[in-house]
Design a binder for this molecule. Structure first.
Ligand code: FES
Ligand code: FES
Length: 439
């Protein structure tokens, strides 16, 4: 009699089944396809062909594997090992470690009894302060390098990192250096008034040689490289992302011009670097606090030359004025980022509503005086956040059902109308809606 467990019975050495089950939006269990499994299964199949290995490998699609809350899921035979995965990096690791070397990917394993999936914690970079300089009034320039001297993760112009402060806070700072320089990140940090703790801690406590943890770079303010001309408008500390943009535009030979406004020279960070990067493609406005002496936005933005795009970063008044003055420009040609919340979202009246945490089998009520983030934490689910003002994108969550009322300044108008994601620190549900969240 043949032994059913004999390896000789295997037609494939490794047989992978990736669930690509589809369910309509709004189902409380969600589905693997709603969480991106169709594209990831195709990616895995394509990448498997590159594996330098003699194993007979098959990557198949499957229907629902009944572990929807943990999805996207895959099961790998003959061992019957289950994995949850989120993105192409996870797939690469499963291929290169489990399949090519037979080494389990512990961080993605799901065990046989597991029914819920805690929100994933972001990976942290270990950085060292290599230089600090107060280069404008209450504004410091920091250079951060990798603690072990390795190359830093790449970033795109407009990106930011979050620093984890000694008081357990997490604060976002735009990257101001050359995105092609893998050896250092450059930040400009202004002391906040009133301070919420982050900038005070950095400026008062962090010195050359100190270590600090940071998130990987993320970008809510990307450059559209298809534009024929880039108009950069910055106010005060809002110059930081423009510095990285200027570096890259200069190296690409793009057409660009910077308009930078500050009260006076003493309050204007990066002045020397602005002169060297932007050369004759910048205009400074020192307004001494008088808005009539600021950047003449109405005339500057009265006409959109060709496929020009405008980028603005700075105080809410400046951002609003640029958005209003360029309202007649083509859709998507105005890009903005601001560091304080819009007043209208702070003042809005709230109603209570319900949310379903699809991966936790939990239904919660969000009271009129609390945010979704607070309600989730009250229920004992740990979840990361940073600004808690709808500015940084750290608390972004996928929506599996229901219609949100977006109040953040991270998503574009197009993304808001798609209703695929929500910033749970500030946005809410539309009246009468229950939100089903991929948490
Ligand atoms: S939808 Fe994928 S396991 Fe159910
Ligand atoms: S924590 Fe920053 S957008 Fe929510």
């Amino acid at each position: 009699m043949k032994d059913i467990n004999s390896p000789k019975n295997l037609y494939f050495d490794v047989h992978v089944f990736c669930c690509i089950n589809e369910r309509a939006a709004g189902h409380p269990r969600g589905s693997c396809s709603l969480r991106g499994s169709i594209a990831l299964q195709e990616y895995m199949k394509a990448r498997a062909k590159d594996l330098k290995s003699n194993i007979r490998l098959r990557i198949n699609k499957s229907g629902c594997l009944d572990r929807c809350e943990l999805g996207p899921v895959m099961v790998i035979y003959p061992e019957g090992i289950w994995y949850h995965y989120d993105d192409e990096n996870d797939i690469d690791e499963i291929l290169e470690s489990h399949i090519a070397k037979g080494v389990l990917v512990d961080r993605l394993l799901i065990d046989s009894k597991q029914r819920t999936l805690p929100p994933r914690k972001s990976q942290r970079l270990c950085l060292k302060v290599s230089a600090v300089e107060e280069f404008a009034h209450d504004i410091c320039r920091y250079e951060l390098t990798s603690a072990d001297g390795a190359d830093l993760p790449v970033f795109e112009p407009g990106a930011h990192i979050d620093l984890f402060t000694g008081q357990g806070l997490r604060r976002s700072y735009s990257l101001a250096g050359d995105s092609r320089d893998r050896k250092k990140y450059v930040l400009g940090v202004r002391r906040e008034k009133p301070s919420r703790g982050g900038s005070d801690w950095l400026i008062d406590q962090l010195s050359v040689g100190d270590s600090v943890e940071a998130s990987s770079p993320a970008n809510n303010f990307p450059v559209d490289w298809s534009a024929s001309h880039h108009l950069l408008i910055a106010g005060g500390i809002g110059i930081t992302p423009m510095m990285a943009m200027g570096h890259e535009m200069h190296q690409r030979g793009a057409s660009f011009h910077l308009y930078f406004c500050a009260p006076d020279e003493a309050h204007a960070p990066f002045l020397d670097e602005i002169k060297s990067i932007f050369d004759d493609r910048h205009t400074l406005h020192f307004d001494n606090g008088d808005p009539t002496q600021g950047i003449p936005l109405t005339s500057l933005l009265s006409q959109q030359e060709g496929n020009a795009h405008v980028y603005v970063c700075g105080p809410p008044g400046l951002v609003t004025a640029v958005r209003e003055s360029s309202a007649h420009w083509t859709e998507g040609a105005t890009h903005w980022e601001q560091f304080v919340p819009a007043l209208e979202s702070v003042a809005k009246k709230n109603d209570a509503f319900e949310i379903v945490l699809s991966r936790q089998n939990l239904k919660l009520t969000v009271g009129e005086d609390e945010t979704i983030l607070q309600a989730i934490r009250k229920a004992g689910v740990e979840i990361e956040s940073s600004c808690e003002d709808g500015l940084c994108g750290c608390c972004r969550v996928k929506i599996l059902g229901g219609v949100p009322e977006h109040r953040d300044l991270v998503l574009t108008d197009l993304e808001k109308s798609d209703n695929q994601e929500i910033m749970i620190c500030i946005s809410r549900a539309k009246a009468g809606e229950t939100l089903i969240l991929d948490l």
